[in-house]
Design a protein around this ligand. Structure first.
Ligand code: ATP
Length: 604
């Protein structure tokens, strides 16, 4: 039973969380959590009062039971009165427990909602470098399991820990009040057995975790080899893999048998140790009773207090471990909140389009390397300029640095040397939200949210009217296909809705950009080619979109950028050539000419 629940706990997301040592500093940090409780601190305090009351009523129970037994030898009235008092005690305990749980849950849920909102608002304003260095899934699951741990601890573990502490101290005092001799006897036995049981239990848990780890290793072998079965066969390595798997399963078997033996010993220990201790106590109590030093009522009181104290000593270790984990979880949550956000001004984004910007972009000897790999230069001395109404195409082989140029314009990262200016001012001097408010990106891989088409277009300008959205869709050549759906704009897209084709997604992204009405437009041409009809519609929509803006186009197919005003040819982070299509085609052995010819022969 014990082990089964252990196994179940092993599978919970919080099981693997490390425990933090409880030091003054870590406790002080954990108390920062209280700042998220806000105005409801009194609820927490009141919850603590109810907790103390439930502890008190729990302690009163053995006492009153003993009195009831003693009353049995007195009168009927006494018996009735004691019975009623006991009933009242449980009624009181029921009420106290209810309020304790409700108060703690209310406080915790409010606190969690505050933490969640704060973490999200913080995460979403962190700079790209933060996300570049971590896997999003990891952040996600870490935050989720840390918050679950904090939630469990605040709703249950702290309360249980304190309640058990009250029962242990109160119970031991009561034991001494009932019978000094018995209390000393008990203190000599029960804590020893309880502590041994806790350590033994932990040892068994460690053993079963080792078994699980070994099972995981063997599952990996199974999975990898079946997934890569072609490799196994091509190398004729079947025998090798069979041996590897056999060895792994044998190791599971051996470890599981060791764990099984330990479990058997644990049960024997529990039976012998615990029941032995109880027999010893009862034996001693009966002797005292015979000698007239203990009556029946005291005996009952004693046994019940012993059971209470024993159970609490056994349980408090687990609660303490959970609190330690929660302290660790809190630490990590605060670590995340300590990360420096970008200079995002949430209030100005909507107003941004009203402020004038001409859109003259200039790169002046820009050099850059990603912070995560500072020793690898990605751009060297990149210089070019573009003004409003002009189309700048960026071409070059894969890894040349095309997307990096766009990332720098968006100020996802800051340049290492040189400068990027817009309208003659360095981009780092503009407020970030305002700057990005003037730009729109039509990415290669369009991200659509699970929602309606309307909501997806509205993303370009939250709060846009139906009319504006319709016009944007029309300008993006998207209205026709949207209207072909029975629910039109209200068609659900994404995982649970209609799956849109590549060209349709692109046009939704274009409609978003139309709505945003940016001064600077950043286009990342889709690599996977669309069918010619779709491509024509997308190209047409883009051509309309680019009018009157400064546009940058990362082009994968050179045919689409023949009439760009400038073509930048990037090669290994440097601008190898720069000019119009005609100019670049004149360069003998030029990179562009070469690329162009390659693509031509490829597509023919
Ligand atoms: P493609 O056409 O394949 O998209 P690209 O020309 O857009 O390539 P970039 O994505 O700008 O090339 O990448 C330029 C170089 O920078 C590559 O060597 C790439 O490995 C590296 N790079 C890109 N992003 C990061 C990052 N976040 N951290 C570290 N290095 C990166």
């Amino acid at each position: 039973m014990e082990l089964q629940s252990d196994m179940a706990r092993n599978n919970s997301p919080t099981e693997d969380l490390p425990k933090a040592p409880v030091t003054l500093a870590s406790l002080a940090k954990a108390t920062h959590l209280f700042q998220f409780i806000g105005a409801q601190k009194w609820m927490f305090a009141l919850g603590l009062v109810f907790l103390a009351l439930t502890g008190g009523t729990a302690l009163a129970f053995p006492w009153l039971m003993g009195k009831l037994i003693q009353a049995g030898s007195i009168s009927m009235d006494q018996i009735n009165r004691m019975g009623l008092i006991l009933l009242a005690l449980f009624a009181a305990q029921a009420v106290f427990s209810y309020f304790r749980v409700v108060l703690f849950v209310t406080v915790t849920e409010n606190m969690l909602a505050n933490i969640r909102q704060k973490i999200y608002a913080h995460l979403i304003t962190l700079p790209m470098i933060f996300f570049a260095q971590r896997r999003v899934g990891d952040i996600n699951s870490r935050v989720a399991s840390d918050l679950t741990q904090i939630q469990d601890t605040f709703t249950t573990n702290i309360a249980e820990f304190l309640r058990q502490l009250i029962i242990i101290t109160g119970g031991i005092i009561a034991l001494f009040l009932v019978s000094m001799q018995m209390a000393l006897m008990m203190l000599a036995i029960i804590p020893v057995v309880a502590v041994l049981a806790v350590f033994f239990g932990r040892y068994i848990r460690k053993l079963s975790r080792q078994v699980q780890d070994k099972v995981a290793v063997s599952n990996t072998i199974l999975e990898e080899t079946l997934q890569g079965i072609a490799n196994v066969k091509a190398f004729a390595n079947e025998i090798f893999e069979i041996t590897r798997y056999t060895r792994s399963t044998e190791s599971i078997r051996n470890q599981a048998i060791v764990a099984g033996k330990a479990r058997g010993a644990f049960f024997s220990f529990i039976i012998f140790g615990l029941f032995g201790a109880i027999i010893l106590l009862v034996w001693y109590a009966v002797r005292l009773e015979n000698a007239g030093e203990l009556d029946n009522g005291q005996m009952i009181q004693f046994i019940l207090y012993t059971v209470f104290v024993g159970a609490s000593i056994g349980g408090i270790a687990e609660q303490y471990a959970q609190i330690q984990k929660a302290i660790g979880a809190t630490d990590r949550v605060f670590e995340l909140l300590d990360e420096h956000p970008e200079d995002i001004d949430i209030t100005s984004s909507i107003e941004s389009n009203k402020l004038p910007l001409e859109g003259i972009v200039e790169f002046d000897k820009v050099a850059f390397s990603y912070p995560s790999r500072a020793e690898v230069p990605v751009l060297h001395e990149v210089s070019f300029s573009a003004s409003r109404g002009k189309r700048v195409a960026i071409v070059g082989p894969s890894g040349a640095g095309k997307s990096t140029v766009i990332s720098l314009l968006l100020r996802f990262y800051d340049v290492v040397s040189g400068k990027i200016t817009i309208d003659g001012k360095e981009i780092s001097t503009y407020p970030l939200t305002w700057l990005r408010g003037h730009m729109a990106v039509v990415p290669q891989d369009v991200m659509l949210f699970g929602g309606t088409i309307r909501e997806n277009i509205e993303y370009g300008k939250p709060g846009a009217t139906d009319e504006e959205i319709k016009q944007a869709a029309a300008q993006a050549n998207a209205l026709e296909f949207i209207d072909s759906f029975p629910e039109g704009m209200h068609t659900i897209v994404g995982e649970r809705g209609v799956k849109l084709s590549g060209g349709q997604r692109q046009r939704i992204a274009i409609a978003r950009a139309v709505l945003k009405n940016p001064v600077i437009l950043l286009l990342d041409e889709a690599t996977s080619s669309l069918d010619s009809e779709s491509e024509k519609l997308v190209q047409e929509a883009l051509d309309k979109l680019m009018v009157g803006r400064t546009s940058f186009i990362i082009a994968h197919r050179l045919s689409t950028i023949r009439n760009a005003d400038t073509i930048l040819v990037l090669d290994k982070g440097r601008i190898a050539e720069q000019g119009t299509h005609q100019e670049l085609m004149k360069l003998e052995h030029g990179v562009y000419k070469n690329l162009s010819e390659l693509q031509f022969t490829h597509t023919v």
